[in-house]
Design a protein around this ligand. Structure first.
Ligand code: ADP
Ligand code: TYD
Length: 208
């Protein structure tokens, strides 16, 4: 049993994940944890290729994109220097902005979700999050936040696709509720209120 946690934050684009990763990392550090905050798509080679695809600079079929996200995730876990398996062994509490539930939700809108889940089984066997925290935000709220802050939208950033992704997240949680620890927080509130809820969830699973 590790006493350092592996925490995944999930939610549609603009749900506030990266804001909450920062707030959670700060609280964990203040309470004596060593924290490694990370994200998918990664900033490695495969992740960079994915960002170019998401921006529209490179064209790719949705099945190819799903395969690349899987490869990026395996590198995220297994990379010899920066891999999460190593970070957890070194005693870091790891917080990731997106993990495999993102694949189930985003690729599940284009292909059979069960295929995506089966393809990611190896990742679940290597590292299953101690907690998956879902920041549950109304797609309209999230779309407003995105539009207020960005000049151009990425591949999935239309209201319709955010609604589809939100629905697929809920479908994936229902399918996997027996094997995954999934905690939902109401993300339509202030960053501080959301952070307090996340902190309460994390403390329940923290040995310290
Ligand atoms: P994500 O990583 O899920 O895309 P971000 O944390 O980048 O989301 O947040 C998207 C935008 O919304 C940012 O400009 C951020 O400052 C803002 N934001 C984040 N959380 C909230 C919140 N609870 N209420 C209002 N605005 C928020
Ligand atoms: P991200 O940089 O987290 O965007 P945001 O901060 O707007 O949430 O993720 C980029 C995009 O990648 C996002 O639209 C979701 C998508 N994505 C997938 O399609 N599959 C995946 O497996 C992951 C991890 C992300």
């Amino acid at each position: 049993m590790r006493d350092n946690l592996f925490i995944a934050l999930e939610g549609i684009d603009g749900s506030g994940k990266s804001t909450q990763v920062k707030l959670l990392a700060k609280k964990l550090e203040e309470t004596g944890h060593k924290v490694y905050a990370t994200f998918e798509p990664t900033d490695g080679m495969i992740g960079s290729m994915l960002r170019n695809i998401l921006k529209g600079s490179i064209a790719a079929d949705h099945r190819t994109i799903a395969g690349l996200f899987l490869a990026d995730r395996l590198d995220h876990l297994l990379n010899e220097t920066t891999g999460l398996v190593k970070k957890l062994d070194e005693g870091y509490t790891v917080i990731t902005d997106r993990y495999y539930f993102s694949s189930y939700a985003y690729h599940g809108t284009h292909m059979d979700m069960d295929w995506v889940i089966a393809a990611n089984k190896m990742c679940a066997d290597i590292l299953r999050p101690d907690i998956n925290i879902f920041i549950d935000v109304q797609p309209e709220v999230s779309m407003e936040r995105i539009s207020a802050n960005r000049q151009s939208a990425e591949l999935f950033e239309t209201l319709e696709s955010l609604k589809n992704v939100q629905a697929k997240y809920l479908e994936a949680f229902e399918k996997l509720k027996g094997e995954e620890n999934i905690q939902k927080v109401d993300g339509n509130r202030t960053p501080e209120a959301i952070a307090d809820d996340i902190w309460a969830q994390v403390q329940q699973y923290s040995a310290r």
